[in-house]
Write a protein that binds this ligand. Structure first.
Ligand code: THU
Ligand code: ZN
Length: 137
């Protein structure tokens, strides 16, 4: 079970995730996703999904948000908000969970917005995951 519900999501992140989702390029799945990270620098890094005709090149919203932050020199994060146009409370896929784990600890909060907003920790989404510590880093 998720750790808690209806807790303090950063509404600016929610708005940023929804704004980014408006720019989703999803001609194949028609399933827009938006994600927004609060960087330790206080700034917001938002991303959306981008699809390609070969399907397998698809960029996920969370990965795009991470890439934007890291490209700006930010590698520490406070929380993540994820939203889909379907309003189904979509959670990050396995690959995105692993991507997040590179830069975030197991207690990192992930808010998934649907009819209800559910707060997970990254550790709940990726138990016993591999992180930099695994390789002694
Ligand atoms: N998607 C994301 O953007 N993030 C996830 O972690 C779940 C899946 C996107 C990929 C694809 O464009 C669409 O949702 C359907 O899978
Ligand atoms: Zn993903």
């Amino acid at each position: 079970m998720p750790r808690s519900r209806f807790v303090g999501m950063d509404e600016d992140l929610h708005a940023a995730a929804r704004d980014a989702m408006q720019n989703a390029y999803v001609p194949y799945s028609e399933y827009p996703v938006g994600a927004a990270l609060r960087g330790a620098d206080g700034n917001v890094y938002a991303g959306t999904n981008i699809e390609f005709a070969n399907y397998s090149n698809t960029l996920h919203a969370e990965g795009v948000a991470v890439a934007k932050a890291v490209s700006a020199g930010v590698r520490e994060f406070e929380e993540l908000v994820v939203v889909s146009a379907a309003g189904d409370g979509v959670t990050p896929c396995g690959r995105c969970r692993q991507t997040l784990r590179e830069f975030c600890d197991e207690d990192f909060p992930v808010f998934c917005v649907g009819e209800e907003t559910t707060e997970y920790t990254l550790g709940e989404l990726l138990p016993d995951g591999m992180g930099p510590e695994t390789l002694g880093k």
